[in-house]
Design a protein around this ligand. Structure first.
Ligand SMILES: [Zn+2]
Length: 167
């Protein structure tokens, strides 16, 4: 059985199969979405269009509520994850104290360790390493350079070490 009605938007007379009653279609004349009037198929004893519409309303409402519930569940998960973030803070505090020690550089030149003919370079470096402690030693690099000997006024090649440490 065919169902004829007029498009509420443009007034165009339309004819559809009554199995499409209550469905939303696009009007072929004005391309606007319109609802086919009438009762849905198999709803003989069921209430008319208005009653059917109110029956469908709770379905939409409950699915909308489900969506809202899903969004609300996100902050609930935020609670424990905040604690997870907070926990590593205590070990970080410990490392923060350790890094309070600044990275420093100490250059020890061989020429500066020669006192009245006595070469105290090894002794000086050993003493310095003992002072900073092995755990704070970052690296030792040998250096070579030239300098003018005050006594002989000659250019001399010399060596030394550059010590990188935390202190
Ligand atoms: Zn229309």
């Amino acid at each position: 059985m065919d169902l004829s009605f007029k498009c509420p938007k443009c007034g165009q007379e339309l004819e559809v199969d009554d199995s499409g009653a209550g469905e939303e279609i696009e009007c072929p004349a004005c391309n606007q979405t319109i609802r086919i009037p009438g009762t849905p198929p198999g709803a003989g004893e069921a209430p008319p269009a208005t009653g059917w519409a109110s029956l469908s309303a709770p379905v939409i409402a409950s699915s909308a509520a489900a969506k809202v519930k899903m969004h609300l569940s996100v902050p609930v998960h935020d609670g424990p994850s905040d604690n997870l973030i907070a926990k590593p803070l205590s070990p970080l505090d410990v490392t923060a104290k350790e890094t309070d020690r600044q990275l420093r550089v100490k250059c020890i030149r061989h020429v500066d360790c020669v006192e009245v003919g006595h070469d105290r370079f090894d002794e000086t470096v050993t003493k310095f390493l003992g002072k900073i402690g092995e755990q704070h030693l970052v690296s030792i690099t040998t250096i070579s350079f030239s300098h003018i000997d005050v006594a002989s006024q000659k250019l001399l090649n010399d060596y030394g070490v550059m010590i990188v440490y935390r202190g």
